[in-house]
Design a protein around this ligand. Structure first.
Ligand SMILES: *[C@@H]1O[C@H](CO)[C@@H](O)[C@H](O)[C@H]1NC(C)=O
Ligand SMILES: *[C@@H]1O[C@H](CO)[C@@H](O)[C@H](O)[C@H]1NC(C)=O
Ligand SMILES: *[C@@H]1O[C@H](CO)[C@@H](O)[C@H](O)[C@H]1NC(C)=O
Length: 274
């Protein structure tokens, strides 16, 4: 009796751990899409346009003696050639196609009057589409731009797509927020890979549960012994024959096997007798 109860408990454990298998991970499908095991996910592909999204912000430095105008440019999904306007004294490191570029424009306050002097003006490449990964929850894309990491937070929102600075405290970990309806969770794949395997696990758990329950019932309620404890014994012992016949039938192109001699009595295994 103990053995039976134990196996029922084990089957139940297998059941519950497979359905509560910790947190789901959004698996990267492309530089701008990821899919959860249940087939839902994020896909920014519709936001991939011919221009960069941009977000600008001011920073006051040196107690008002210096100001910075920082602009971030973001292009989801693919790298794009950055359209830079030719100006003197510009350091441009955004020459190759890219996904993230920052522009830092630094002004010095020369006098106490409103006279500003441009002290630096540079564009920096801070991310490529091919060097990205998704956070497990699918809520952000991280641009691995060694030695820095720059993050795009994906914010599900209706209306126009827009980019906003989120956290710029650490210049090596810039965080920008991208507001878009494409950042909302939606159905991407019909049925996820692991939904299929979950179904398999459930199916086999039910089969095992049925066998265990059947064995217990026959053994302890009906007093069966030896091989008789297996439920529906006749069906199981006949199963190999059924499978063999099924194969023969399928290999034959779903036609009855050819007769060996016209007068032979019907074969007990042929489909005539079923
Ligand atoms: C799919 O899985 C994700 C992550 O676990 C979850 O947030 C989402 O609600 C699920 N969607 C459906 C339709 O079950
Ligand atoms: C270049 O100049 C055009 C026209 O003045 C402007 O619309 C565009 O935003 C500029 N590009 C950059 C990267 O500043
Ligand atoms: C970038 O993020 C990854 C994963 O979160 C982390 O392992 C790595 O140390 C980070 N790199 C930097 C420079 O912060």
């Amino acid at each position: 009796m103990c053995l039976c109860n134990l196996s029922i408990i084990i089957v139940f454990l297998a059941f519950s751990t497979s359905s509560v298998s910790g947190e789901d991970v959004c698996v990267k499908k492309s530089p701008c899409s990821c899919v959860f095991p249940n087939g839902t996910g994020i896909d920014l592909t519709p936001s991939n346009t011919t221009t960069f999204y941009s977000a600008a912000t001011y920073q006051e430095m040196k107690k008002g003696l210096q100001y910075r105008l920082i602009t971030y440019y973001f292009h989801p999904c693919t790298d794009l050639k950055f359209p830079i306007n030719a100006t003197v004294n510009v350091t441009n490191r955004c020459t190759e196609p890219l996904a993230l570029c920052s522009h830092v424009y630094t002004f010095d306050n020369v006098n106490t009057t409103v006279l500003f002097n441009v002290s630096s003006n540079h564009y920096d490449n801070i991310g490529y589409s091919e060097k990205t990964y998704f956070s497990n929850d699918g809520r952000s894309i991280i641009y691995d731009n060694k030695p820095s990491n720059n993050t795009i937070l994906l914010v599900c929102s209706q209306g126009e797509n827009r980019l906003q600075p989120y956290s710029l405290d650490d210049p090596h970990e810039v965080v920008l927020a991208f507001y878009s309806k494409d950042a909302c969770l939606r159905q991407i794949e019909e049925i996820g890979r692991s939904t299929g395997s979950t179904l398999l696990v459930v199916f086999f758990s039910i089969v095992i549960f049925y066998l265990v329950l059947g064995v217990c019932t026959k053994k302890f309620l009906m007093g069966a012994t030896g091989i008789e404890v297996i439920p529906n014994l006749a069906f199981w012992t006949d199963l190999p024959n059924l499978v063999r016949d099924g194969w023969a039938f399928a290999i034959n192109g779903f036609k009855l096997p050819p007769r060996v001699g016209a007068t032979s009595s019907p074969d007990p295994n042929s489909y005539d007798s079923i």
